[in-house]
Write a protein that binds this ligand. Structure first.
Ligand code: SF4
Length: 351
């Protein structure tokens, strides 16, 4: 086991798991992967109709879920391979009681000289209970999924009357200083596109960074590419009331962003369907049952949990990850011949 040494802030920093060549997480198209999304559970307490059926899904049994030490070890190996952005997702990650322990473990990977970005995506229903502990554990920022500001519509969309809890969670996150707070809003035709301007105003009032998401063929929704609300339509709607100025230097970020009325407020659009951004993709995903996915829409998965639980070394696991990354597909095939719906739904991949 590696010796832990205190960094300048006196926090214990575990030495890198293994020294890895920087190119290990670079794929055959030259994309270097610096971002790892870690799904820590597939379960969720909401029933968003576009994500899962009302009765829920056959959840992973607890024994199949990666344990805190296993998540920590895989994060350390990824860090040694150059990953600096970590995002904790679900299902709903706050359902796992040890979520703060997981945050604390991953947070030790960052130092003042070589920081990491550690974020968490949540539906915020339990956030008012966890916000302070997450912040104390080392969480930097938070993404909250919020598709409507209307209680009745929220209840219809999620089959739960919990919008008040979401607002309470957002208020707690703000209070404890998680920043920035990003809102992810999935726009669905005939469902919530009439709230675009309300959501922009709400985000401005609260100081949140709002991102609209084009609906993708994932999960429990009868997707039809010709009916989605596109980036062009979203920007046209916002431009009815606001001046938008594109923010330069997007890098590998999924969202393109615009200043609203000269800023500082920004809005973003994640336009996976009409403006795919696979060419700059630097994201890897780890599922709650220990499979490495190199793409949201790929069905190719690399089993890391079996070698992890049968004594493989950090280097052996890193090599498995490196091989998977190297073979990563160029991008999704949405709307093209050969597109296949992934076997796993969004709740089991973790967005
Ligand atoms: S669809 Fe796959 S390759 Fe494209 S941006 Fe998403 S994860 Fe990356």
């Amino acid at each position: 086991m590696e010796e832990a040494e205190p960094d300048q802030r006196g926090r214990e920093v575990v030495q890198p798991a293994v020294n890895l060549p920087a190119a290990l997480f670079t794929d055959q198209y030259g994309r270097r992967h610096r971002s790892l999304r870690i799904s820590i559970i597939d379960k969720c307490q909401l029933r968003c109709t576009y994500c899962m059926p009302a009765q829920g899904l056959p959840w992973l049994p607890p024994a199949k879920l990666l344990r805190v030490a296993e998540i920590s070890r895989l994060a350390r190996i990824a860090h040694a391979g150059g990953v600096r952005d970590f995002r904790i997702t679900g299902g709903e990650p706050l359902i796992r009681r040890d979520v703060c322990e997981i945050v604390r473990e991953i947070a030790t990977l960052g130092t003042a000289e070589d920081p990491i970005d550690l974020a968490l995506t949540t539906n915020a229903v339990l956030l008012d209970k966890f916000a302070k502990d997450l912040k104390d554990a080392g969480l930097s920022r938070i993404n909250v999924s919020l598709d409507t500001l209307r209680p009745e519509r929220f209840k219809k969309l999620t089959l739960r009357d919990q919008l008040g809890r979401v607002f309470a969670g957002l208020a707690s996150a703000k209070e404890v200083g998680l920043f920035p707070i990003k809102l992810n809003t999935l726009l669905m035709p005939g469902v919530n596109e009439d709230e675009i301007l309300d959501l922009v105003d709400y985000a401005r009032r609260e100081g949140f960074e709002l991102r609209f998401i084009e609906q993708m063929p994932l999960g429990n929704n009868p997707w039809n590419g010709s009916t989605i609300i596109t980036q062009v339509e979203i920007l046209e709607k916002i431009a009815e009331k606001h001046v938008l100025t594109e923010v330069p230097g997007r890098g590998s970020a999924p969202a393109a962003t615009w200043y609203v009325d000269g800023g500082p407020q920004k809005i973003g659009v994640i336009a996976s369907v009409t403006r795919p951004f696979c060419g700059g993709c630097d994201r890897l995903r780890l599922t709650a049952d220990g499979m490495l996915r190199t793409c949201l829409f790929s069905d190719r998965e690399t089993d890391l949990v079996t070698p992890l639980r049968s004594g493989a070394s950090d280097l052996e696991i890193a090599q498995l990850m490196g091989l998977a990354v190297h073979e990563k597909e160029p991008g999704h095939l949405i709307g093209k011949a050969g597109f296949k719906l992934p076997k796993r739904g969004m709740s089991a991949i973790g967005g």
